[in-house]
Design a protein around this ligand. Structure first.
Ligand code: EPU
Length: 293
């Protein structure tokens, strides 16, 4: 099985996540191209092995005892970035770094990328989550994406992906390989101005978001409100369970103070949800994905 492909058995996943938490996966694979990816999917399906797609690991909490099945990373073979300046388009691999894409777009004078500033992770993860900030989301500029399915490669249009606040409706069982992005008019003369604006936004974020290991915002903002505000109003800032803490800088960040377990992070998050529900009758929805729980 998986012959000739870079597949590691029993690989601990903690280093692949920003929480630095999580046990081993049965298999962790780094396909180099579409052919290898298709073969991984075929063989895993034939052998009834569950498949999980790993992005940049920046929005992910993995169980301390790991998870069964095959974890696929596109980081090694799908990180291309091809520019077509005359068309204002970029073709980008799902395994490419999202911060790198953001920076490249700003350098080219594409203002819309200001809204992506500070968002970590991979392009594939950003697409799947429709990542962004209040200033903009990646879904706005997606023309189409190419996905790998058991029946082969397929192209989906922006409409077929159902971009909404921090969510999409990609058909399940598909793996996002590449996206074609089109930007409204570039202005390379604004490069310096945009980079300066991005720098100021980054400083602002630095002052309002914690430095400890985390997966960013733990919960989505409920319609018309902010998870951070609700959690702070329950007086939970700074609350600890083992090595996990509700950040005292931003209440919607559950942080690993160094020695936390994934279990402690989840237990604390569940407690936060309960308290917010009791006080406000709002059930916070997770933004962070949880594997193996
Ligand atoms: N707030 C509090 N207490 C807190 C934190 C925030 O009362 O402890 C209040 C703030 O005063 C503010 C409001 O909540 O009025 C919103 O806070 P903030 O400006 O920090 O933005 P956010 O909605 O919490 C969103 C994204 C972040 C992104 C920032 C900056 C979500 C769930 N989060 O946070 O994204 O960095 O805007 O644009 O949409 C992520 O998704 O992982 C992430 C970090």
């Amino acid at each position: 099985m998986f012959e000739g492909i870079d597949v590691r058995e029993n690989e601990v996943l903690a280093p692949y996540t920003t929480f630095k938490l999580g046990g081993p996966a049965d298999y962790l694979a780094f396909p180099k191209n579409v052919a290898e990816l298709q073969r991984l999917l075929d063989e895993a399906t034939t052998n009834r092995i569950p498949i999980h797609l790993l992005g940049g690991g920046s929005n992910l909490l993995i169980h301390d005892s790991g998870l069964r099945g095959l974890v696929v990373s596109l980081e090694k073979g799908f990180s291309h970035l091809e520019l077509s300046l005359e068309k204002n388009e970029i073709r980008v691999g799902a395994g490419a770094s999202f911060p790198k894409l953001t920076r490249r777009c700003l350098e080219l004078g594409w203002e819309v990328a200001l809204g992506w500033g500070g968002v970590p992770g991979s392009v594939g993860g950003a697409l799947k989550m429709n990542a962004g900030t209040r200033l903009g989301e990646i879904g706005e500029v997606v023309l189409s994406v190419e996905v790998s399915t058991l029946e082969g490669m397929r192209v989906l249009t922006q409409e077929q992906m159902g971009f909404a606040y921090r969510s999409t409706s990609f058909p399940s069982g598909t793996i996002l390989c590449e996206a074609l992005l089109r930007f409204p008019g570039a202005d390379p003369l604004r490069k310096q101005e945009l980079l300066e604006k991005a720098r100021l936004l980054a400083l602002q974020r630095k002052a309002t978001q914690p430095k400890e290991r985390s997966a960013g915002s733990m919960f989505k903002n409920p319609p018309g409100d902010y998870a951070g505000r609700l959690i702070e109003s329950c007086d939970l800032k700074g609350l600890k369970m083992g090595g996990a803490a509700v950040s005292s800088v931003h209440a919607n960040f559950i942080v690993n103070e160094g020695k936390a377990t994934a279990f402690e992070i989840l237990r604390l998050s569940e407690y936060v949800r309960e308290r917010v529900e009791q006080k406000f009758d709002i059930k916070l929805e997770y933004e962070v994905r949880r594997w193996g729980f």
